[in-house]
Design a protein around this ligand. Structure first.
Ligand SMILES: C[S@@+](CC[C@H](N)C(=O)[O-])C[C@H]1O[C@@H](n2cnc3c(N)ncnc32)[C@H](O)[C@@H]1O
Length: 169
């Protein structure tokens, strides 16, 4: 685990074990599935059903409302693609709005984006909150009308942008 004052989205980042601040998930309601969660040690539940790297969440069936904070790097795109195809869930990703991943799976397919104010402090698998912030802006991406509503009702500080499909809601 990379620990220190450097931002975790930097090139020094060594692994994916940066957990979502629990208050974010609490604000969004209950999820059925987290397809990429920590292995043996998990400080709290993020959903009713969890897959971890031993299951390879990408090769498993997905059902219900999905919470997705995917592994980082290039790998993230395939997780986001899967969520977009599934059509029911919320993803937490860096707001790198210019990337191919963002264009292909967010701008083109999502229903809404909540750009969060400020920067998040993620948590270690121990549950401890990282002292340093994540070093980049984050956003929550909704797929499905129920998840647009969840973003609207979350009370999370940020700016909600509804996308093409949500305009008719
Ligand atoms: C950024 S963390 C998010 C953890 C948790 N979902 C959350 O929101 O707090 C990404 C997680 O994906 C897990 N992971 C990595 N590869 C995976 C795979 N192939 N299948 C399932 N989980 C995986 C990592 O172990 C890590 O716990």
């Amino acid at each position: 685990m990379t620990v220190g004052m450097g931002s975790h989205q930097s090139s020094a980042m060594k692994n994916d074990e940066w957990l979502t601040p629990p208050e974010i998930i609490e604000a969004l309601g209950t999820f059925y599935l987290d397809p990429c969660s920590p292995g043996e040690r998990r400080p709290w539940d993020t959903a009713a059903v969890h897959y971890d790297f031993r299951d390879n969440g990408l090769s498993q069936p997905w059902g219900g409302r999905v919470w997705l904070n995917p592994p980082y790097g290039r790998e993230a795109a395939q997780w986001l693609e899967r969520l977009a195809a599934h059509g029911n869930g919320i993803a937490l990703i860096f707001a790198r709005t210019e990337t191919d991943m963002f264009f292909r799976h967010v701008w083109e397919k999502a229903d809404a984006i909540l750009f969060l104010r400020g920067r998040l402090h993620f948590h270690y698998v121990t549950g401890e909150r990282a002292k340093a912030n994540s070093g980049a802006p984050s956003c929550l991406v909704a797929y499905g009308a129920n998840n647009v509503r969840a973003l609207k009702q979350s009370g999370l500080d940020g700016r909600l942008v509804t996308l093409r499909k949500a305009e008719a809601l």
